[in-house]
Ligand binder design. Structure first.
Ligand code: FPP
Ligand code: MG
Length: 298
């Protein structure tokens, strides 16, 4: 099913008639294609679903190219990132090429779907900006974190799910909630795996988030659980390279205080709610996607 999307993205890249863009695109690992999977599972694999999936995946790829520049990330999906190999200018401009080509195609998609997807890109950008702002200091505000990950990550997944429902003539509301819950849980799991998994499994450096200044949910939860002395120690470690014993202290305290399990449970509850909604709609494929997402280890 996904091959049709890969083919369509390949065609859109070819249409650029630019050898450099072709070469850069060939260096991008495809990733999990979660958004395309959702769209095709909801709307089938007809031309408009495939087109929407291709556009959304190109927007997502563009956003990651920019994100790796912003995050100083030199590894993406187990390979050197475009910014690591070719520098920031190339990563930003290739992101713009992918994004603008996707936008060019988006204007010919169903108007309601185009509005939903383009609004999600606005949210995505506001979310990434909010992530930067929140990373300037230690952020103990759980609601601020939740809103930021909704904007940064869940908005495009929500739009994929809702847009696909509209294309398929299905009632959009349950699909929108499904996508939102799945998206928020996806980012929560991503933030959890940064702490629990090795760099080899992740395909990017482990425990990078806190060093980068990102106070993700486990850190907020840990802060709430610690006494005054522990809190001061945690905040002092924020936003700088961590020594192995400092990493070990953080993970040890998270384990001791049940933080990791509680965060996993929070993500699981969102996914369970999403699954219940889809069970109601008879969408077994979407149940499976949600389960796989929560059980992933990279
Ligand atoms: C990854 O977060 C980042 C995103 C999901 C969104 C990035 C959005 C932008 C850069 C703005 C939109 C730009 C365009 C061109 C459409 P993360 O850093 O937490 O995840 P990671 O660990 O995978 O890097
Ligand atoms: Mg990043």
């Amino acid at each position: 099913m996904l091959e049709a999307v890969e083919r369509r993205i390949g065609q859109l890249i070819d249409e650029l008639e630019d050898e450099d863009a072709r070469e850069l695109y060939a260096r991008l690992p495809a990733g999990k294609r979660l958004r395309a999977r959702l769209i095709l599972t909801i709307a089938g694999s007809g031309p408009s679903a495939v087109e929407t999936a291709a556009v959304v995946e190109m927007i997502h790829a563009a956003s990651l190219l920019h994100d790796d520049v912003i995050d100083d990330a030199f590894v993406r999906r187990g390979r050197p990132s475009i910014n690591a190999t070719f520098g920031n200018k190339t990563a930003i401009m290739f992101g713009d090429v992918l994004y603008s080509k996707a936008f060019h195609e988006l204007v010919d998609i169903d108007r309601r779907v185009a509005r939903i997807v383009s609004n999600a890109v606005v949210q995505l950008s506001l979310g990434e900006r909010r992530d930067i702002l929140l990373s300037e200091g230690f952020n103990p505000d759980r609601d601020a974190y939740l809103h930021m990950i909704y904007q940064k990550t869940a908005s495009l997944i929500e739009a994929s799910s809702e847009g696909a429902a509209i294309l398929a003539g299905k009632r959009p509301e349950p699909y929108r909630t499904y996508g939102r819950n799945l998206g928020i849980a996806f980012q929560m799991i991503d933030d959890l795996l940064d702490i629990t998994q090795s760099s080899e499994t992740l395909g990017k450096p482990a425990m990078h988030d806190y060093e980068e200044g990102k106070t993700t949910l486990p850190y907020i939860d840990l802060y709430e659980e610690l006494d005054e002395e522990g809190r001061a120690r945690l905040v002092a470690l924020h936003g700088r390279p961590l020594r192995p014993e400092e990493q070990a202290w953080i993970v040890g305290e998270m384990e001791r205080l049940g933080v990791l399990e509680r965060c996993r449970q929070e993500a699981r509850e969102l996914v369970e709610e999403a699954i219940a909604l889809m069970r109601n709609e008879g969408e077994e494929g979407l149940e499976r996607i949600a389960l796989k997402m929560i059980e992933r280890d990279y």
